[in-house]
Design a protein around this ligand. Sequence first.
Ligand code: AP5
Ligand code: ZN
Length: 212
Amino acid sequence: PHVLILGAPGAGKGTQSDRIVEEFGVEHVTTGDALRSNKQMDIGHLGLEYDTPGEYMDQGELVPDEVVNEIVEKALSDADGYVLDGYPRNLDQAEHLSDITTLDAVLYLDVDEDVLVERLTGRRVCEECGAAYHVDFNPPEEEGVCDKCGGDLYQREDDTEETARERIRVYEENTAPVVEFYDDVGSLVRIDGEQTPDEVWDDVKMALEEHA
Ligand code: AP5
Ligand code: ZN
């Protein structure tokens, strides 16, 4: 299936995407991870404000569309089924997406701003396999070590409180209209993202069994 997962920073898109990948055998296409692996890429020839994606990301701003659209286009053309996470983040990206693929299901994880900040500032990520933990809500068995692969856990540079709040502001301004857009065309499945990860997963799975 072709699945789109929407939600604010920290809503749990990555966490649920990992489960979708396991259950449905699709590719995880995530612009955030793709950009994090290419933070130092030279995009100076585009003549934009900054010369690397990392400079946008560490401030919580969106990386320009021309960079991100190309990443997604390439990743989707290589994938049979996918769960798309972190894209589209504005209406122009949504339009571009509809030109290059068709979606079977659009899920939206609904979470309140205060909860988002708590989740982001407490998140720890495995540097080997990318699994996300939380110091309080989802701690690893041994502090600082990934349960799945034994890799070291680190804190993302954009997970400080200040940058987290800026990312949420950028989300409200640019990405909330994307959620409305899919809602208006009637394809949005709204899921209560404040439940436990297992409860959210039950709803996600049910929605995908019905729609995808
Ligand atoms: P990106 O990496 O996409 O970050 P994001 O959208 O801010 O999303 P996150 O990864 O922070 O959160 P998530 O929803 O995946 O939550 P998670 O599952 O980890 O983007 C980063 C940057 O890249 C952007 O700021 C931008 O600069 C750039 N970028 C990316 N895409 C772009 C695009 N299309 N256009 C332009 N620029 C782009 O969960 C969060 C935490 O909560 C974890 O600790 C987890 O353990 C915990 N948790 C998860 N679920 C639950 C639950 N149900 N209950 C309790 N805790 C939970
Ligand atoms: Zn790991």
